[in-house]
Design a protein around this ligand. Structure first.
Ligand code: GLU
Length: 476
């Protein structure tokens, strides 16, 4: 058996879509699992849809997610170049062969004529192909007159076009329903269909793994493989990604760009693990997989046909799990720029690492350290209103003063602080919460947080006393 070669073939129209990440991931997994090669090919033949810098951004997003390609732009293999706009001669040669063999023809129809043909076709309410062909003499006359033309595929009549899909099984369509696809536009650029087939052949691609939106194009590709005398690769079309309301996942419904998830603080491992499950599962209850583990488990046989719903809460769940597993120094690397952005610099590394540990079970994102524990970095300027209403009673100032005594005098360890709080609670014959709640509010400004004694110990005596005094004067 020849070596597996797969490709991810994005059009650089702006950013890496999460659906694109899923396609790239499945191709990557299939390649790695089968000792194959993962190719990145840039499909940039639609000149009108080009976006400056999009290729670099896409490569960067793939790099960030950990999906390293084996051949592609900047990583030349034997089948390069890997950018379609640098391969135009190949498409022209293929188009010429199709013209020669009669499987393609030059079409001189003007946009107005096409419009009119389409209008009539629609009015006739028929599913059969829009017939744009014209008598040979007329085409010849237009050619002589120098009329602009495109090259179209001559789809045969009365044939059933069939192919096997590794996800969907047998797919077939009547050729009479397939339009004479434009292969080369009047500007000389090939369309997706021609370039895609020429390149999948030229790059030795054995398995075409791509989104379901391309399944209706595949019959045209099947014809092209046949007419060009190229062996046909295997096809696997991945299920659509849907919003929770089952509409197609699109930018209008929120974020679909990998880059924007990255900016929001999602971790690559979490996004990949989540995306892996959009259309695939291991067949049991397991949900957590590293990229290595996914390679071991992945198979196209376990890819579903039905659409996969993109569920943000589940993604957040993955993020929390992966963040909580991350070693503190790595979290700190990502936290530092956020702290600098707030002007919260100059904290000793030990302090920051201990703060990260203290909050570990209470964060889902790196920025939660700032949002959920600002008291690690600055004195509270205000106090959570709900908590004040609920917990700051007439006797709270007195209780806080007593707690202040413990904080001012006891040796500075968690167990000493704890013992001190127990003593004052017992002495006053009240629950320990009477002291804990006002202290937490005073030192953190919040009603919730990690264990109070650990929190006090980390902040240090001086800071705690300063914050308590301020609370006493502010809250009264
Ligand atoms: N350039 C197409 C895209 O942007 C690739 C489709 C395919 O993989 O054949 O999705």
């Amino acid at each position: 058996m020849s070596q597996v070669r797969v490709r991810y073939a994005p059009s650089p129209t702006g950013y890496l879509h999460v659906g694109g990440l899923r396609t790239a991931l499945y191709n990557y997994l299939y390649a790695r699992k089968n000792g194959g090669v993962f190719v990145l090919r840039i499909e940039d033949t639609d000149q009108e849809r080009q976006v400056e810098g999009a290729v670099d951004a896409m490569i960067e997003a793939l790099r960030w997610s950990g999906l390293e390609f084996d051949e592609g732009p900047g990583k030349e293999g034997e089948c390069g170049p890997y950018v379609q706009s640098e391969r135009l001669a190949l498409y022209h040669a293929a188009a010429e062969r199709l013209l020669q063999s009669g499987h393609a023809y030059r079409c001189y129809r003007t946009p107005e004529e096409l419009e009119e043909l389409r209008r009539r076709h629609e009015a006739a309410k028929t599913a059969t192909r829009l017939d744009v062909r014209m008598p040979a003499e007329e085409a010849e006359q237009r050619a002589i007159a120098g009329a602009p033309s495109v090259i179209r595929l001559r789809v045969p009549d009365g044939e059933t076009i069939q192919f096997h899909d590794l996800v969907r099984g047998e797919v077939s369509i009547e050729s009479d329903l397939v339009d004479d696809q434009v292969l080369v536009k009047s500007d000389g650029f090939p369309t997706y269909h021609l370039a895609n087939v020429v390149d999948d052949y030229g790059m030795g691609i054995t398995h075409v793994i791509r989104g379901e939106e391309w399944v209706s194009s595949t019959p045209k590709h099947v014809l092209l493989y046949r007419f060009l005398g190229f062996p046909q690769p295997e096809f696997a079309h991945l299920p659509l990604l849907l919003n929770p309301d089952r509409s197609k996942l699109s930018k209008r419904h929120g974020d679909v760009a990998v880059e924007s998830y990255r900016e929001k603080g999602y971790l690559a491992e979490a996004l990949l693990n989540y995306v892996a499950f959009l259309g695939w599962n291991p067949g049991d209850e397991r949900e957590l997989f590293t990229l290595e583990e996914l390679i071991g488990e992945f198979s196209l046989a376990r890819v579903n046909k039905s659409g996969a719903i993109f569920n943000r809460e589940k993604l957040d769940w993955y993020n929390a799990i992966y963040l909580r597993q991350r070693p503190a120094p790595r979290i700190l690397d990502e936290l530092r720029p956020l702290l600098a952005g707030k002007g919260w610099d100059g904290f000793p590394e030990d302090y920051l690492l201990a703060g990260i540990e203290l909050m570990r079970e209470r964060v889902s994102f790196v920025h939660d350290y700032l949002d959920n524990a600002p008291w690690l970095f600055e004195d509270p300027e205000s106090y959570d209103e709900e908590t004040v209403k609920k917990r700051w009673k007439a006797d709270s100032p007195g209780r806080l003063r007593e707690a202040r005594g413990v904080i001012a005098q006891r040796p500075w360890t968690v167990s000493e602080l704890e013992a001190g709080y127990h003593e004052i609670a017992e002495a006053n014959a009240v629950g320990i919460g009477q002291f804990i709640h006002p202290t937490r509010l005073a030192v953190s400004g919040m009603g919730k947080g990690p264990g109070l004694y650990e929190l006090l110990e980390l902040l240090g005596r001086e800071t705690c006393l300063r914050r308590i005094d301020r609370a006493l004067s502010t809250l009264g």
